[in-house]
Write a protein that binds this ligand. Structure first.
Ligand SMILES: NC(=O)c1ccc[n+]([C@@H]2O[C@H](COP(=O)([O-])OP(=O)(O)OC[C@H]3O[C@@H](n4cnc5c(N)ncnc54)[C@H](OP(=O)(O)O)[C@@H]3O)[C@@H](O)[C@H]2O)c1
Length: 218
């Protein structure tokens, strides 16, 4: 597949590029094509794969992709969805976006009026686009370490079974990560809200690169 990483010059984008470049054509997107090209060159160097990952502006990345991952902080969700609307057509959009902030004491969840970042993204994108919400609790630093096995789960929400299945497959391509279906996109707030909780736990208990795994006691 052709996977566009919008804002892919950042932490999560770099991690996805590193993990998916072996099986897919990765296009790192940025507000500045030059910055994306530099990021792509760095990832290619890291992977020792000549030119597999490309870099361009966000709009061109979206237009040429089958799958678009929104790799920007929540504050910029509008600029990579509504403002780039004309570049979207039939791509599957993946949102790992977490609307949260630090209030000086702890990280808190700040959902928009739509209920979650994923539902807001759906409202901002052209009608009928398929959106899947996933990867909110995956640590970018761990994701960037190509050979590290991730002992965690990835929680996935979406309304289109084929789209959810495709994103589960992308999850499984990341060593040891276990994809778990949470429910429809309307349930995304439940998953998005896990990230500030996870960061609070990690910070107060000094757990580095924390993740979440559901265990069965049977
Ligand atoms: N970091 C994590 O461990 C983690 C884990 C799970 C989920 N997430 C979620 O994943 C998303 C990406 O996180 P991240 O840590 O990768 O973000 P980040 O590194 O802070 O930023 C990603 C990219 O956003 C772009 N950006 C900055 N300002 C912008 C603006 N005004 N308009 C459009 N784009 C702008 C930048 O790309 P250009 O300058 O190249 O345009 C930047 O490289 C977030 O929504 C976060 O909640 C993060």
């Amino acid at each position: 597949m052709k996977i566009a990483l919008v804002g892919g010059t950042g932490d999560m984008g770099t991690g996805f590029a590193v993990r998916w470049a072996a099986n897919h054509e990765i296009i790192i997107g940025s507000r500045k094509a030059e910055k994306a090209e530099e990021s792509a060159a760095l990832v290619n160097k890291l992977l020792a794969s000549d030119g597999k990952v490309q870099g361009t502006d966000n709009g061109s990345a979206i237009a040429s992709a089958d799958v678009v991952v929104l790799c920007v902080p929540y504050e910029h969700l509008v600029s990579v969805t509504q403002d780039l609307r004309k570049f979207y057509s039939s791509q599957l959009v993946i949102s790992p976006v977490v609307p949260m902030s630090y209030n000086g004491k702890f990280f808190e969840f700040n959902p928009p009026k739509e209920g979650s970042a994923a539902l807001q993204a759906r409202a901002l994108l052209p009608e009928g686009m398929r959106i899947v919400s996933a990867f909110h609790t995956i640590c970018a630093a761990a994701l960037q370490r190509k050979d590290q096995e991730l002992e965690t789960d990835v929680f996935i929400c979406g309304d289109d079974p084929d789209a959810v299945s495709l994103v589960s497959g992308l999850g499984q391509e990341i060593k040891k990560l276990r994809p778990l279906n949470v429910g429809p996109l309307a349930a995304s707030a439940l998953v998005e809200s896990l990230t500030p909780m996870l960061l609070n736990v990690a910070r107060r208990n000094k757990i580095r690169d924390a993740g979440i795994k559901i265990v069965s006691e049977r």
